[in-house]
Design a protein around this ligand. Structure first.
Ligand code: ATP
Ligand code: MG
Length: 570
């Protein structure tokens, strides 16, 4: 490809709204342009990298027996009503009507579509296991689209679905995908971790998120340096924190004027924060009041709360009316003497004694609360509902956990029979009985992977591509393209590299050398081959490695061979 024919508009400025370096650089380097919030066009350079990532994904999916298909983006509402998700998916689903008033969704994911696709045709165990995938646009009306391709509303996703006879088969498919994902992100040159994750709205069994480590990532992960444990902060299981035994004192109500936060009450009563019990009031999608209680120095994990309350799907902050109806008041809540609410208490709260908790009336708290004695065990749910924190004990080995941030680029789930049962998808097994498929689903965000790669690989001058996903592997720059000699020399090398299978760009633009060099650094081609009067004189070419900034001089005769060798090391 010649730069003269390439549409690659580079810019000096980035959009005001761009917070992340990947967003800024993708915009400045001419990779993407915005059409609306969270909706983007990919320009030639951006699309080249996207296609390279997709190719890597395809190769690894195919290597594990995946078969590529293409399903519709426009999905009839009936499918989602049948599975029960039309009502629970919420505002994130983009919905539309056709001219007859029939309802559709723009696919945020395809479990319903694929399960109904195969249910009447895959009838025998002999057709299993089956792994089908597609790479296609997905639609999610994210509440806060941001960070460019990282959290957009229309984005390219690879989604594979596995169908197996039994749980054992499903777990084998899961492992295959887990291995394929590891390979994909390794081939893309990313530093990542596979972390134990929550299944979220998809439901089902176990799950891992593939998280690219980056300080600006939206995901927070807990990991253990002593053993292999790593989990998203939403998922990380926590052990009960035991408390030292104390002599129990009688429950007592005290005045705490205007002490409606933990900070205020702890200072007013002069107690350590670990001796306080904090309440958070939620309303769920069925408008039930859910009161969650954790130790004052801990934070509530909403996902864990959802998972511990039957039929809760979404949580919202509860309004004062709902709280009042339960006979309590915001800022002074405790489970003591409350009705009309679902009460969820963190397991570590149950270990506390002589603690401070609200008295369910304005300006009053209980002191000497001992949950085991004072909470009505029949009326409460006791569960692990808190967020992990740096220094918490590892659930596997007990060592102190560390926290780091990252970007979730892919996730694998076992679904079990969740969708096959809901959508009545069965096959005839060898023993003559009809069984529901054991399923799994596996997604990778292609645009988010591209953005994550930039987050991890950039410097003050621009992007630094790993060779495997660079829009071009090599750029050849005759410093003065008006000079026929330089251009002729550059063309020779260009042709030879192309013949050797290198993805190469010839920067034949009649721009100043400085402009071209700046663009090369901004776009981030792994190798730059420079032809100048000096190199012409000496019969050499100068090669610059983008990542290390190293320069090499290769003589004309061996330069293609040397460039190929150098590429191998990148
Ligand atoms: P998140 O928690 O970040 O919202 P998710 O867990 O809902 O993502 P999945 O359903 O697991 O996403 O989708 C599979 C992959 O699709 C994700 O790992 C991510 O790479 C990508 N993805 C999901 N949502 C978006 C989005 N809004 N923009 C870009 N990529 C996305
Ligand atoms: Mg996910």
């Amino acid at each position: 490809m010649r730069a003269n024919q390439l549409y690659a508009p580079t810019l000096r400025e980035s959009p005001a709204e761009a917070e992340l370096i990947s967003h800024k650089l993708m915009f400045r380097a001419g990779f993407i342009r915005k059409a609306a919030g969270g909706i983007y066009s990919y320009l030639p350079l951006g699309w080249r990298t996207m296609k390279k990532i997709m190719q890597i994904i395809r190769e690894e999916m195919d290597a594990k027996g995946g078969q590529e298909i293409m399903m519709p983006i426009t999905q009839p509402a009936e499918l989602w009503k049948e599975s029960g998700r039309w009502a629970v998916y919420g505002d994130e689903m983009m919905r539309l009507k056709d001219r007859h008033g029939r309802e559709f969704a723009l696919g945020p994911t395809h479990e319903e579509m694929i399960t109904t696709l195969i249910r009447d045709e895959v009838r025998s165990y002999k057709q299993l296991p089956l792994m089908l995938y597609q790479i296609q646009n997905k639609y999610r009306d994210e509440i806060r689209p941001r960070f460019g391709l990282m959290r957009s509303r229309e984005f390219v996703m690879k989604d594979l679905y596995s169908f197996d006879r039994d749980v054992e088969g499903m777990n084998i498919s899961y492992q295959k995908m887990y291995d394929a994902y590891s390979k994909i992100f390794e081939r893309c040159g990313l530093k990542f971790r596979a972390v134990e994750a929550d299944n979220g709205a998809i439901g089902g069994g176990h799950s891992h998120e593939f998280t690219v480590l980056a300080p600006n990532g939206e995901s927070s992960i807990a990991y253990c340096e002593n053993c292999n444990f790593a989990a998203s902060d939403e998922k990380a299981e926590l052990k009960i924190i035991q408390a030292a035994p104390e002599e129990l004192k009688p429950l007592e109500k005290v005045k705490t004027p205007a002490c409606h936060t933990i900070e205020l009450v702890k200072n007013f009563l002069n107690v350590p924060i670990e001796k306080t019990i904090k309440a958070v009031a939620f309303m769920d999608d069925q408008e039930r009041l859910i009161l969650a209680f954790v130790r004052g120095d801990h934070e509530v994990n909403e996902i864990k709360v959802i998972n511990s309350v039957e039929n809760a799907n979404h949580l919202y902050m509860a309004g004062d009316k709902l709280i009042e109806n339960a006979g309590t008041v915001a800022g002074f809540m405790s489970p003591i003497g409350i009705s009309n609410a679902i009460i969820v208490v963190d397991q570590s709260v149950m270990m506390m004694s002589n603690a401070v908790a609200g008295a369910n009336e304005i300006d009053a708290h209980f002191i000497n609360v001992t949950p085991k004695r004072d909470f009505d065990a029949e009326k409460i749910i006791i569960s692990d509902i808190r967020m992990v924190q740096e220094g918490d004990p590892c659930p596997h080995c007990g060592a102190k956990l560390k926290m780091t941030r990252g970007i979730e680029v892919g996730q694998v789930f076992t679904l079990g029979k969740k969708y096959s049962e809901a959508l009545n998808a069965k096959f005839l097994d060898e023993d003559g009985t009809n069984k529901y498929f054991e399923m799994g689903c596996y997604g990778i965000g292609v645009g988010r992977t591209m953005a994550a790669a930039i987050e991890q690989n950039n410097d003050a001058d621009g992007i630094i591509w790993n060779r495997a996903i660079a829009p071009f592997e090599v750029v050849i720059v005759p410093v003065n393209a008006k000079d026929d000699k330089q251009l002729a020399f550059a063309e020779e090398i260009y042709n030879e590299l192309q013949k050797s299978g290198v993805d190469v760009l010839l920067d034949d633009r009649k721009e100043r050398a400085g402009v071209k060099f700046k663009d090369c650094d901004l776009i981030g081609y792994p190798l730059r081959v420079t032809i100048s009067p000096k190199t012409l004189d000496s019969g050499n070419v100068e090669v610059k490695v983008r990542r290390s900034g190293e320069f090499f001089n290769f003589d004309r005769e061996n330069c293609v061979k040397n460039i190929l060798e150098l590429l191998e090391t990148l």
